[in-house]
Design a protein around this ligand. Sequence first.
Ligand SMILES: *[C@@H]1O[C@H](CO)[C@@H](O)[C@H](O)[C@H]1NC(C)=O
Length: 381
Amino acid sequence: MDWVALFFPLTVLLSRWIVVPAAEETYWTYTGLVGQSQWSTYFPECSGYSQSPIDVVTSQTKHDPTLSPLTPLGYSQHGNQPFSLYNNGHTVVIELPDWMGLRGLPWLYTAAQMHLHWGSGGPGHGGSEHTIDGESTDAELHLVHYNSDLYPNISTAMTKENGLAVLGILIETGPENNQAFDNILNYLGRVRHADQKVFIPAFNIEALLPGNMWRYYRYKGSLTTPPCDQTVLWTLFQERISISQAQLLKLETSLYSSREEEPDKMLLQDNYRSTLPPNNRVVLTSFSEGSLKDLSSGEVTAIVVGVMCGCVGLAVIIRFIVKTIRSTSSWDVLPSIRPTPMPRANMSEKQNEQKQDVALSLTSGAGGPKEEPLSSLKAEP
Ligand SMILES: *[C@@H]1O[C@H](CO)[C@@H](O)[C@H](O)[C@H]1NC(C)=O
């Protein structure tokens, strides 16, 4: 009895010591011996048929009119509790408060965390995970949500059907500094090494998102890192966001994938997975090209102004034609039959004459057989 009492806890202790690190800390990288081509050796799902990221071939996408606009919930109510910023050796992660979520999907999804993927070598050298028609951008932001209608927490949801919803935002480099991004980038120096974590001031997450949230690509895929669970409902926004070249440089050169105590410092760069085949998946779009409701406000303004100008122009032309016909009919009739005085009694003689003159000069300009009756008209009192 004493023996069992002693042996049992020892077994538990031993099995924990052996099993836990093996299950949770399997080492992987983006390139090299445990690089992405080897992931499936250790994480079988990584060779599945519905992996992410993918290349979105726009000519092969399909408009799905049932896809409604996504509404971020509580994204701008960050509160005053600080956010945690964490270098996990693969990316920089910001944990999101659980009052943030997403509406517009078949279930309510609760925010869990966001993180970034980037490249090296500055603008134009890749870094995004998803590509559009074969083209990558300089970085990509992922906002990870879990299905809180069906599952109690993200670790359970991650492995279950419809468990996760991730928003993907393509980041490109432009002339302007993106102030919202400084809320992250300014603190990267404090989590330079893997496993470092700091608290940063809370900020408005909505400011990171593109303005147009109703134009997006939708498909079912996976986590883009091991263990590559195929449980993600992907939303990739068509509109990109822009950061400055200095901001991109900061993102690309601030972090290490190595721990502080490790002698060889390894820059955390090119932490993006190559695209994988869509296989039988069709990427759906929430928009159709050329549909009026999908146009930007600038395009709508241009169309409205154009249509208004067209209408005014048409009105002027119609008015002119009517006038011409009216005045023409008054003199086109044989002068002998024509009733005098003029049919429109309220019109003064002078006004009438002016009208006839206009009609006259125009018709005579066109030349032809109408000149004769005109001259006879002119002779009238
Ligand atoms: C998530 O929920 C499951 C099921 O209720 C539970 O067993 C697990 O401990 C939870 N995990 C965390 C990290 O809270």
